[in-house]
Design a protein around this ligand. Structure first.
Ligand SMILES: Nc1ncnc2c1ncn2[C@@H]1O[C@H](COP(=O)(O)OP(=O)(O)OP(=O)(O)O)[C@@H](O)[C@H]1O
Ligand SMILES: [Mg+2]
Length: 409
């Protein structure tokens, strides 16, 4: 029997409708295999925010158990997704003198300059959750993506600081800890989604990424290779389900099932002849509803959600279509006809994105899989360093363990 060490990353997406736990294995060449998936309905969140700790803990524990069964090992810790409504973006600069006698910039110098960028006055209800280097500047030469190995005296970084609301972070952390896991770190969900959904060219050219989930719609704008802005509106697919339940007088579960199996965003794509049998509430007779009738209920709500997203874009100063168009992800992007409807509303090309791995090929997994990609990419010098703490919040993440699982093959 041989003992092999495997470098595993767990990404946890605690969403309004589902908790999804994804386990990825990072190979020595940096490629990723998805080796575990766990899903559990949430129940404890409203509009992306935890409102019931017990229910959330239960959902996390279920999803983790399921993923553990697939992986064949226990999951000691996870990176969590944090939704844009709970975060703020601040630009800041850091400057340090290059330390080595030979003036060659090392990983240590980069780490120090990122630390310098973290020095910023924050209100007491906010904490830093991530620092994203936009570009490095060496002795005045800007636009450098990776300065390690270059020679210089003065190293600067232009960075984006992501801050989170202390209370919501603590609730998230508490739930995960109560489910028996430690926290490795947090990733803004839009950045996680972008890792799966967007190409480097799209981010350079300018692109809009919209994640339409159960309770929230998160809109992120990327330009010149970086995230420019995010906005979250508290509407999502659950509203569509509600409309169907009210409109057809069915229980929520029936409405959800109808939406998933027969839902269409554009009535013109629905056939008038196709009908679905409905069991009535309180034992009344079954009746039939046409798919077109269902589409007429879905369309106005979908239009409203997309209009609200479009209004948010205007508020962010995006008044014209961006060159790389709109990319949709999240569960609602599975709705038939949503691409056509979104193209009309955004007057732009629209596509749906999903992870490319077997077993998680659906936009519902974009955030969980994206967290793994983000962490792998953001820390090319090794996860061990990351988990070792430097990026972590001093108070919250002082118990980080390394997760190099020893497994028997
Ligand atoms: N095939 C489908 N057609 C239409 N809607 C769908 C489909 N599959 C999932 N949905 C809807 O997508 C929503 C869930 O999406 P997702 O799993 O991305 O949400 P979440 O991440 O849990 O929630 P949030 O991001 O809002 O916190 C639900 O409203 C669900 O009904
Ligand atoms: Mg989501």
């Amino acid at each position: 029997m041989v003992v092999v060490k495997r470098n595993l990353i767990c990404g946890m997406d605690i969403g309004t409708s589902h908790v999804r736990v994804i386990v990825g294995e990072v190979n020595t060449d940096g490629s990723i295999n998805i080796i575990g998936v766990g899903t559990s309905p949430s129940g404890g969140l409203k509009k992306g925010v935890i409102v019931d700790l017990d229910k959330t803990v239960e959902a996390i524990a279920h999803a983790v158990e399921e993923a553990e069964r697939m992986v064949g090992a226990s999951i000691p810790s996870a990176f969590l997704g944090i939704v844009g409504s709970q975060v703020g973006l601040i630009n800041n600069r850091g400057v340090v003198a290059v330390s080595g006698d030979d003036k060659e910039i090392t990983e240590d110098d980069v780490e120090r300059v990122l630390q310098a960028a973290r020095v910023i006055a924050l209100p007491p209800d906010r904490e830093i959750i991530d620092v994203i280097p936009r570009e490095y500047i060496v002795d005045g030469y800007d636009g450098i993506r990776d300065p390690v190995g270059m020679v210089g005296v003065r190293l600067e970084v232009d960075a984006m600081i992501i801050t989170g609301m202390v209370t919501s972070i603590r609730n998230l952390v508490r739930c995960v800890e109560r489910a028996g896991l430690e926290i490795d770190g947090m990733v803004l969900t839009s950045l996680a989604n972008a890792e799966v959904a967007l190409s480097r060219d799209e981010k350079e050219l300018g692109v809009i990424l919209i994640d339409i989930g159960g309770g929230t719609t998160e809109i992120a704008v990327f330009q010149n290779g970086h995230i420019k802005n995010i906005s979250v509106i508290p509407v999502g697919g659950d509203y569509i389900t509600n409309d169907i339940a009210v409109g057809l007088r069915t229980p929520i579960q029936t409405a959800e099932k109808l939406k998933l199996e027969h839902g269409v965003a554009l009535p013109s794509l629905a056939s008038n002849e196709a009908t679905v049998e409905l069991a009535q509430i309180s034992g009344k007779e079954a009746r039939k509803v046409s798919v077109a009738e269902l589409a007429m209920i879905i369309e106005p709500r979908m239009v409203e959600i997309l209009h609200l997203a479009s209004r948010e874009l205007e508020k962010m100063g995006v008044n014209e279509p961006l060159p790389a168009g709109v990319v949709l992800t999240g569960g609602v992007s599975l709705l038939r006809g949503i691409v056509e409807l979104s193209e009309q509303i955004f007057d732009s090309s629209v596509r749906v994105s999903q992870p490319g791995y077997v077993g998680v090929k659906s936009p519902i997994y974009s955030t969980g899989v994206g967290i793994i990609h983000y962490i792998q990419k953001a820390h090319p010098y090794g996860l061990r360093d990351y988990r070792g703490s430097r990026q972590m919040l001093p108070g919250l993440f002082n118990k980080i363990k390394n997760w190099l699982v020893e497994m028997f093959d």
